[in-house]
Write a protein that binds this ligand. Structure first.
Ligand SMILES: [Zn+2]
Length: 425
C-alpha cells in the first residue's frame, strides 16, 4: 500500500491517542511521507515546510484508524447460516468481499483481522488491497476455518455429498487437524480460525455449551500452526472450550463468553486477547424475529449476551485485553454497522468511550501483530488516522455515521471522508 509523499498537518482538533490518555485539546498531527512525526499540542508543533497540506479538523476529533478485529469479508448479510457457504460461486463472493472491504474503510476501519472467509478469498483480497488495486483495511487473513465433523459449521447432511469445502475444513482427530493446518499454511493465511465450541445459533446439537473439537485436535492445530509461524484463534463460548483453548496455547479467543474464575486466571496469566463480538447477540435478539429466528435461538442469544457482557467487564477490570470486532455480515448486523459494536460497549456493557477506543485501535493493532506499526497516534507510526466532526470522547456514536468523517487516512493518504470528495459549500 503506497503512503503519501510530502507533509500534511491536521490541526484545530482534540487528539485521542488510542493508548487511553485523556483527549488533548487544541492539538495537531504532523505527517511526513505517510508517517506521524508529531502528535501533540498545536502551539508546540514543529515548523513544517511551506508546501505542507493543511487539514482543518474544525474543532473535531483526531484519532487512530479503527481496527475491526473479527471481520468476515465474504459474509454478505445473509439471513440463513447455510448461505455463508456455497450459495454463490467463489467468483461472485470475491466481488462481494471487495465491496465489503471498501465499505469497512469508508466506515473508518483502516485495518481488520479476518475471522474466516469462503475459500481463500481474504488472502487474495489482502494482496489486492496491499497493491492498491482495491480499497480496504490493512488485512490479516484466515482463509477457511477448521471445525470438527458434526460440529457447528458442518451443516450439510451427508446425503447431499457436497461436504463443506468452501467455508471450513472438517476434521476428525489430531492427524486431520494437522493436515488442515498444513493446507492453510500453503494457502498463505496468518491466522488459523477454529471452532472449539458451538453457538446459540444451533440449539439442537451444537449449542453454546457444546464442544465441537477435542483438546487433542486443538493442540495439534496449535503445534502445527506455531511451527509454521501462524497464530491460532477460535470461536469459544462454552467454559470448557475456553479452557481447552487456553491450555492448548491459543493466541486469541473469539467471544470468550462463559468465563469462570479459573478461565479468567488462565487468560490473564498468558495475556491472551479476547474479541467478544457482542453486539451481534443484541442485534439477533432485537432483529432476529424479522428474519424468522426461532424463540429458542433468541433465548440462547440472550444467555450469550448476558454471559459475554459479564465476562468482558471482568476481563477489562482485571487488566486483560479486548479487541473490538463484530462478526458483521448477517441480515441483522450487516456490513457497515461496525461501529455499533463500540456504542454498544459504552451503552450496554458500561465501558468508557476511551476504553472502547483503546480496544478498537491499540489492542486491535496488537492482535494483528502490528502494534509497532499503527493503532496509536505517536511519532514513528503509519498515519492511519480518522478526522471526525464532533467530540467522539463524549459521544462515541459519532463513529457510526460516515457523514461525520472529514477524513479516513491510510499512510497519510486520504482514502474516504468528506476531504476525499470535496463538495461545493
Ligand atoms: Zn465470526
Amino acid at each position: 500500500m503506497k503512503s503519501a509523499v510530502g507533509a500534511t498537518i491536521i490541526r484545530n482538533g482534540q487528539l485521542i491517542d488510542g493508548a487511553g490518555a485523556a483527549p488533548l485539546p487544541h492539538a495537531a498531527l504532523v505527517i511526513v511521507d505517510g508517517r506521524i512525526v508529531y502528535a501533540g499540542a498545536e502551539a508546540a508543533a514543529p515548523e513544517t515546510p511551506r508546501e505542507a497540506k493543511i487539514l482543518d479538523a474544525r474543532g473535531g476529533t483526531i484519532m487512530p484508524g479503527l481496527v475491526e478485529a473479527h471481520f468476515h469479508p465474504t459474509y454478505f448479510n445473509v439471513a440463513a447460516l447455510e448461505d455463508l457457504d456455497i450459495k454463490y460461486p467463489v467468483e461472485y463472493v470475491t466481488l462481494l468481499a471487495a465491496a465489503n472491504a471498501r465499505l469497512a474503510l469508508e466506515c473508518g476501519y483502516t485495518a481488520a483481522r479476518s475471522g474466516g472467509s469462503l475459500f481463500n478469498i481474504d488472502v487474495w483480497l489482502k494482496k489486492a488491497i496491499e497493491n492498491d488495486l482495491t480499497p480496504g483495511p490493512r488485512l490479516a487473513a484466515s482463509g477457511r476455518e477448521i471445525c470438527g465433523v458434526g460440529g457447528l459449521m458442518d451443516w450439510n447432511p451427508d446425503f447431499r455429498r457436497i461436504g463443506m469445502e468452501g467455508l471450513v475444513l472438517l476434521i476428525n482427530g489430531p492427524d486431520e487437524a494437522r493436515a488442515a493446518v498444513r493446507k492453510l499454511v500453503k494457502d498463505g493465511v496468518e491466522w488459523v480460525k477454529t471452532y472449539p465450541t458451538g453457538d446459540a445459533a444451533a440449539p439442537d446439537v451444537n449449542d453454546h455449551h457444546t464442544l465441537c473439537m477435542t483438546f487433542e485436535e486443538m493442540h495439534a492445530v496449535v503445534a502445527t500452526a506455531h511451527n509454521h509461524g501462524l497464530k491460532v484463534t477460535g470461536h469459544c463460548r462454552a467454559t470448557e472450550g475456553i479452557k481447552n483453548a487456553l491450555r492448548a496455547g491459543y493466541d486469541a479467543l473469539e467471544h470468550g463468553t462463559f468465563m469462570d474464575d479459573e478461565a479468567l486466571e488462565m487468560l490473564l496469566a498468558r495475556d491472551v486477547p479476547v474479541v467478544p463480538a457482542l453486539y451481534f447477540e443484541l442485534a439477533s435478539i432485537q432483529h432476529g424475529p424479522e428474519f424468522g429466528m426461532p424463540q429458542r435461538v433468541i433465548d440462547g442469544h440472550q444467555e450469550t449476551l448476558d454471559g459475554g457482557a459479564e465476562s468482558a467487564r471482568r476481563i477489562l477490570q482485571a487488566g486483560g485485553r479486548l479487541g473490538m470486532g463484530g462478526d458483521y455480515g448477517f441480515a441483522w448486523n450487516p456490513h457497515g454497522d461496525y461501529a455499533k459494536e463500540l456504542s454498544f460497549f459504552v451503552n450496554y456493557v458500561g465501558f468508557s468511550p476511551l476504553d472502547v477506543i483503546r480496544c478498537a485501535t491499540k489492542t486491535g493493532a496488537e492482535i494483528m501483530g502490528r502494534g509497532h506499526e499503527f493503532g496509536t497516534l505517536e511519532a514513528g507510526k503509519l498515519a492511519d488516522v480518522l478526522v471526525v466532526e464532533g467530540d467522539v470522547a463524549s459521544d462515541i456514536s459519532r463513529l457510526e455515521n460516515r457523514q461525520n468523517f472529514l477524513a479516513v487516512m491510510q499512510g497519510g493518504v486520504i482514502k474516504a471522508g468528506r476531504a476525499a470528495h470535496p463538495s461545493p459549500e
